[in-house]
Design a protein around this ligand. Structure first.
Ligand SMILES: Cc1cc2nc3c(=O)[nH]c(=O)nc-3n(C[C@H](O)[C@H](O)[C@H](O)COP(=O)(O)O)c2cc1C
Length: 338
């Protein structure tokens, strides 16, 4: 069970369905050795009845890595937590934040904010099944719940069940009438409630998430909470992570360039394509690498129009990527306009 002796990663990359798959995570790992990465949400049903290797296996070097699970049945969740631990994940995270219709119809995700006791039971079962931390990612409230009361009570109840680390997406989820995308944009961000949560529960670890787009803001948040989780900003501008190891993890490394990142990722591309992974599935995660730099548009065009044609010829695909990258001229600093 996680306690305060276990350090919380000051910076983490959010779980994002369809985005933080294993290829994306391996790519981000070339940029930061330390940032904590989260898988996409995988449901209990998929883990228990689907192709476990396809869903759960990952490459050496991806750790520190958390598996995010969606579900509510406590025996299924504890079984999935155990499976995740066996696969080598460092943390099991329960999703109590997803507002999508599909997830709501399974009675899990954000709607569980209304039933902290159920979540506590599930967390208790999961924490008893594994030796790695079980954490929860959640909203501050849903629908017409009063925000502070709901957040406080949720954490009060769930923390008694073995969760010592709460990751809070600092806005409500409105489960009727807003799409999942709108629920990431429309309800206002209430960072001050997350700071207050940490004040009220100093012995718990609190990570803040939602709308944080640069490392200066992340550093400010870290005056009030233990960790910052970044989602869309990292996906669209992965080079944002290039300063994280030195700035937040006490390393003293030469700043890596975008071209060096690409070069260190190419052996993975070659190996994966050799194993039958379509180039499109990997190339789509590279779109943002040169964002803001002169030539970035041609880079993106090449990734979408040319790269997929080289599935049968990984060597040529690498040549193409190298020559396309050479057309982009950029500095090593993270200097993209916000
Ligand atoms: C495409 C996409 C997929 C997402 N999938 C998940 C998910 O599987 N599990 C989860 O807890 N949150 C998911 N989220 C929400 C993010 O984890 C995060 O809470 C949200 O984007 C707010 O953080 P940000 O403003 O830094 O992006 C997703 C977000 C996006 C954009």
């Amino acid at each position: 069970m996680e306690n305060n002796n276990i350090p919380i990663s000051p910076i983490a990359v959010a779980p994002m369905m369809n985005w933080t798959d294993r290829h994306e995570r391996y790519f981000l790992r070339q940029i930061s050795r330390n940032v904590k990465l989260y898988s996409e949400m995988i449901t209990c049903g998929a883990i228990l009845r689907g192709d476990k290797d396809r869903l759960l296996s990952f490459s050496p070097g991806e750790n520190p890595l958390a598996l995010q699970i969606g579900g509510i049945d406590k025996s299924e969740l504890s079984e999935c937590a155990r499976i995740g631990e066996d696969y080598g994940y460092d943390e099991i995270n329960l999703n109590v934040g997803c507002p999508s219709d599909r997830v709501q119809s399974g009675n899990f995700g954000a709607c569980l904010m209304a039933t902290p006791d159920l979540v506590a039971n599930a967390v208790n079962a999961m924490a008893s099944a594994v030796n790695i931390p079980v954490t929860v990612k959640h909203r501050i409230a849903i629908n017409d719940q009063e925000e502070w009361d709901s957040l406080f009570r949720f954490v009060e109840v769930v923390s008694t069940a073995g969760c010592r680390h709460f990751i809070v997406h600092a806005r409500k989820a409105l489960l009727d009438g807003l799409s999942a995308k709108e629920n990431r944009e429309v309800p206002p961000l209430r960072y001050e409630l997350v700071y207050r949560l940490k004040e009220e529960f100093p012995n718990l670890s609190v990570t803040i998430n939602g709308g944080i787009t640069n490392l200066d803001s992340a550093e400010e948040h870290l005056c009030y909470v233990d960790g910052v989780m970044l989602g869309r900003a990292v996906y669209s501008e992965p080079y944002l992570l290039s300063e994280v190891d030195n700035r937040f993890f006490g390393e003293d490394r030469k700043n890596i360039s975008r071209h060096e990142i690409l070069e260190s990722f190419l052996p993975y591309v070659e190996k994966s394509v050799g194993e039958g992974v379509p180039l499109k599935s990997i190339g789509r995660h590279l779109f943002g690498l040169f964002n803001g730099q002169p030539g970035a548009r041609s880079w993106r065009r090449l990734l979408s129009e040319q790269l997929p044609k080289f599935n049968e010829n990984p060597t040529e695909a690498l040549k193409l990527l190298r020559s396309a990258a050479n057309m982009v001229h950029c500095s090593n600093k993270f200097d993209v306009a916000a």
